[in-house]
Design a protein around this ligand. Structure first.
Ligand SMILES: C[S@@+](CC[C@H](N)C(=O)[O-])C[C@H]1O[C@@H](n2cnc3c(N)ncnc32)[C@H](O)[C@@H]1O
Length: 210
């Protein structure tokens, strides 16, 4: 029988666990992350995630958000560092149960004020946030990407922002075109084919919704 194709977002309870420990530092903070089979970028912190997070940290040093939602948190790298460095509360979601389990362990390991729960895009999200940050799941397809990025408008405070990272060869320029009717889109920085983009809700988009 042909085995179905598995992705980093497929839930597979039978997948053998092989925990690895990764480390990362920013300023004087040192972080440890447990990763495992069946989650995104288990062997090392992904360059796109790192570029997104470090670009955000540098840009918002003087004006950090009060809280944030990390969509597609994986084992929790982006949200945990953000929460610790800015000393803010984080909410972290992923459709992958093993990723959420690892994120919870990593929240405890790094002693940050975050919660993590399973959610298929925003289905279990109840609140609004100053920031939605995401390295979105390209392999999940265009509908999921648009659900995450266009859908963010419903989970952002009025003056909130959504920041994401995407590669040119994964269609970031087309994605920006698909978002321009509801957001003011700004390319904050570029590196090695990755764009970090910020989205701010357009005033008329609030009343028209999506
Ligand atoms: C590119 S990875 C980024 C992971 C993590 N933020 C990091 O930086 O290492 C995208 C994540 O989105 C998750 N994902 C895929 N489809 C999703 C969905 N429909 N809702 C929520 N998360 C999803 C995947 O399981 C994966 O962990």
């Amino acid at each position: 029988m042909v085995k179905p194709l598995e992705h980093y977002f497929t839930n597979n309870d039978n997948l053998k666990s092989e925990i690895k420990k990764l480390s990362y530092s920013w300023d004087n903070y040192v972080f440890s992350f447990l990763s495992d089979n069946g989650v995104f970028s288990k062997m090392k912190i992904d360059y796109g995630s790192l570029f997104l997070l470090e670009t955000y940290l540098k840009n918002k040093k003087e004006d950090p958000p009060h809280d944030f939602l990390d969509v597609g948190c994986g084992y929790g790298y982006i949200g945990i560092v953000l929460s610790k460095v800015f000393n803010i509360k984080g909410t972290m979601i992923d459709v992958n149960k093993r990723a959420v389990h690892l994120t919870k362990r990593n929240i405890d390991l790094n002693k940050v004020d975050c919660e993590a729960f399973v959610s298929d895009t925003y289905e279990n999200v109840k609140n609004k946030y100053d920031l939605i940050i995401t390295n979105p799941p390209i392999r999940a397809g265009k509908k999921v990407l648009l659900d995450i990025l266009r859908g963010a408008i419903n989970y952002l405070n009025d003056d909130g922002e959504c920041w994401f990272v995407m590669r040119v060869d994964h269609g970031v320029k087309t994605m920006i075109k698909n978002l321009e009717d509801v957001y003011n889109c700004e390319v904050i920085d570029k590196s090695k084919g990755f764009y970090v983009v910020s989205l701010k809700i357009k005033k008329n988009a609030l009343t028209n919704n999506i």
